[in-house]
Design a protein around this ligand. Structure first.
Ligand code: BES
Ligand code: ZN
Length: 453
């Protein structure tokens, strides 16, 4: 391993240069005008893998292509499937970026660009680490497959069918994903829970056209008033969700889990100040970390109605709509919650309006099996790569593929986090801390060594 680590460490600048090149490709999966760029980003990682000795190809799906690559010449050795995504979130609002979102810029030890941490930087760390081992040793100690998709940020709509139809090729003993974060600087982590997701859009229709609010107000319901009344009733003042049946399947935290949460150093005041809010907010009876990681939530993600241009327009709008999402925890079932919430919304629609509810994407909550040799091997690898043993954390984000891998291939996933909580994923000035990029590259090399027969 000494030679491997020396090679990886000597390649520091090249690792960065390659990442910068990949980050320049604006692979925004939700924007159909960027379809060509998305494909190019998939092709880019394919080229990177095949140049290093992997069998790699781009497979078509009904949406953006999947990059699949494998090196499977290690007889009688385990197989690890590494998943990542090469698509990114839209960069807007552009005016808040200090540099172009797709013009990667170094600020001290951080690289600033959309996708830097989520997920190009993290997935490239795993690719560079594995490929470095292959180049140094001429072979890998275990079998490695890569599944790198271009639709994670839009809910992976075509990935489950892809996995279904490539089950044999994707067969593995365990999956590894680096698309999370550390607990904080100098505190590497393994994520043991992710939240699930149900994302709905609600349309409320009032009169057949916008009306003069003086002439007509008071005689027809305003759909914006109706919708906000409905939305306002979905949670109480502390954020406890009031939809009947919503909590029925929520698994309570065990005493050990609550103790583990309490052991993590967390500064509520610092968190409050960093976010610029006068006070934190959330369900009574739970700590901030528990609210973030282990309790379901409901948030309005977008709200649209009436006059939003400059100045005032006295209008009674014809329609109002909202985007609404719920983050779920084990053992809530997204399909069941979707049906329950949709029915509840309809029951709240006043007879003076009509309502339509449609579903965007979803994901199942994830709870990782804690007593596993794979997890222990990952912890030892992190300790070698980061110089510090990991803590175990619950994250509020979602990664749809994890439950697909379990359901279809029967495998568990190890969730590594190379990023930091303040990396600005999905926000302006997304960053990746380059020393952690390097540590991640070395950690995956150690992991291969740890799980080798
Ligand atoms: N990297 C995130 C998931 C994540 C976020 C893990 C925070 C741990 C902490 C991932 O790329 C993501 O953003 N997923 C989406 C999934 C959705 C579109 C189905 C999310 O969580 O919003
Ligand atoms: Zn993301």
């Amino acid at each position: 391993m000494k030679n491997v680590i020396e090679r990886l460490s000597g390649g520091r600048q090249e690792h960065i240069d390659r990442l910068v090149e990949w980050l320049r490709i604006p692979s925004i999966s939700t924007d159909s005008r960027r379809n060509g760029d998305v494909r190019q980003a998939g092709q880019w990682i394919l080229d990177e893998l095949s140049a290093s000795g992997f069998d790699a190809r781009l497979d078509e799906t009904a949406g953006h292509p999947v990059c699949f690559a494998s090196w499977t010449q290690a007889a009688d050795a385990p197989t690890v499937l590494i998943y990542g995504h090469y698509d990114v979130q839209p960069p807007e609002p552009l005016e808040l970026w200090r540099h172009g979102a797709f013009e990667p810029t170094l600020e001290g030890e951080n690289l600033i660009a959309r996708g830097a941490t989520d997920d190009k930087g993290q997935v490239l760390a795993l690719v560079r680490g594995v490929c470095g081992v292959l180049q140094e040793q001429g072979s890998l100690p275990i079998n490695v497959k890569f599944l790198i998709e271009g639709e994670e940020e839009i809910g992976s709509p075509n990935l489950a069918p892809y996995i279904e139809s490539h089950q044999e090729e994707l067969a593995a003993d365990v999956a590894v994903i680096a698309d999370c974060s550390q607990f904080g600087p100098g505190m590497p982590a393994i994520t043991v829970a992710l939240k699930g997701l149900v994302y709905l859009e609600i349309f409320v229709q009032g009169p057949n056209r916008d009306l003069h609010s003086g002439s007509f107000g008071g005689s027809v319901e305003n759909p914006a008033n109706a919708l906000t009344r409905i939305l306002g009733s979905l949670r109480d003042e502390e954020g406890h969700i009031t939809i009947p049946g919503f909590y029925d399947r929520v698994r309570d935290l065990t005493t050990e889990q609550r103790a583990a949460f309490a052991e993590l150093p967390f500064d509520d005041e610092g968190y409050r100040d960093e976010l610029g809010v006068p006070q934190l907010h959330g369900e009574a009876g739970w700590t901030t970390l528990e609210r973030k990681g282990a309790r379901p939530t409901l948030d309005i993600n977008g709200l649209l109605s009436g006059w939003t241009g400059e100045g005032a327009k006295t209008v009674l709008p014809a329609h109002a709509s909202a985007k609404l999402s719920m983050r779920l925890v084990a053992d809530q079932d997204p399909k069941e919650i979707e049906a329950l919430v949709t029915e509840h919304l309809h029951s709240l629609c006043p007879p003076s309006c009509t309502m339509k509810v449609s579903t965007h994407h979803g994901a199942e909550p994830v709870l990782v099996e804690r007593n596993s040799e794979w997890l222990e091997a990952a912890a030892r690898a992190i300790e070698k790569g980061f110089g510090k043993a990991p803590v175990y954390i619950h994250e509020g984000g979602s990664i749809p593929v994890v439950s697909d891998l379990k359901r279809i291939l029967g495998i568990d996933t190890i969730l590594l986090g190379l990023g930091l909580p303040d990396d600005n994923a999905h926000s302006p000035n997304e960053k990746f801390h380059l020393p952690d990029y390097q540590r991640g590259i070395e950690t995956i090399a150690w992991f291969l060594d740890e799980v080798a027969p």
